[in-house]
Design a protein around this ligand. Sequence first.
Ligand SMILES: Cc1cc2nc3c(=O)[nH]c(=O)nc-3n(C[C@H](O)[C@H](O)[C@H](O)COP(=O)(O)O)c2cc1C
Length: 324
Amino acid sequence: MNCKTTLDYRFSVAPMMGVTTSSARYMYRLISKEAILFTEMIASQALYRGNNDKLLFKQETESPVVLQVGGSDRELLKYSVDLANNKNYQGINLNVGCPSKKVSKGKMGACLMKESDLVRDCLSSMIQGTNMDVSVKCRIGVDEFESYEFFRDFIHNVAQSGCQLFFVHARKAYLKGLDPKKNRTIPILKYDYVHRVKKEFPHLKIFINGGLNTISDCIEQMKFVDGVMVGRAIQSNPFFLENVDNVFYGKKIQLANKEFIIKKYFDYVKSNIDQVSTYELLSPLLALCFGVPGAKKFKQQVNDLIRARDIATLENTYLKLIAA
Ligand SMILES: Cc1cc2nc3c(=O)[nH]c(=O)nc-3n(C[C@H](O)[C@H](O)[C@H](O)COP(=O)(O)O)c2cc1C
């Protein structure tokens, strides 16, 4: 079985609710031309009932972007694929990893790891009639189902759908007792499960996620899998992406000039200030000030400027920070 993919997933920016907004993706794309960007998860129900133009808003410059959806209703998921096609997304991904109570209640996310037949059937219906990449993002287990054999059988069964692209957060999820934030730190990372599954199913494309904090961590993982996916390290510093095109895609390019990128991003902020919330516009930059000397004071100053919508002073403040 050949793996049909249109995108090169050697490096992806993980889907993150409230983080990987269209504005953040605009910023990330200024830094890396090649990384594959994911949207936040959008429930397939919401896509069916809600304002699609708003929910699926994306700027052309962001591409390639994969739309992440949540759900387990085959018809609704198929509908989401059609929308993604129409709105010019380059791929669609099914979330089988989110452990939040609300998401589980809607029969979405990590609870579906216990229902591999259902996940297989959902993906089958998503794949039918589309040329777009259809992928899944899952965990390595859930609750008491934590053996390697459980994970392997899940992948094996789900792959019967024809889906060959698996993004794996290398932790199990606890559906009870841990909130989503703790579910990203407390369950132990088991990279070996992901490496083993790639060995057992070499025809599948396996991408590893979870706890990759440096470019070296990512390079190390490329010995075992087809690609890496990074979330929080990019949330806290978008300039993590500055080496990606060179290291992962072999593009001989000069390192991004941070000052140029900040200025370009503030041009974007200024032209969108009346349409997009100030928080969404500024949040890709907010975490940049964590960990610098005087971070608390700096954060306060930035928050005050955001509240006052004093974009010119904010821009200067960030340019000074970058220069320092
Ligand atoms: C704020 C936040 C929101 C997230 N939202 C989603 C989401 O919408 N869909 C999803 O599949 N994972 C979501 N995740 C999980 C990440 O995609 C990723 O699997 C996880 O953070 C582990 O990767 P990391 O250690 O590189 O951050 C979220 C993570 C964070 C920090």
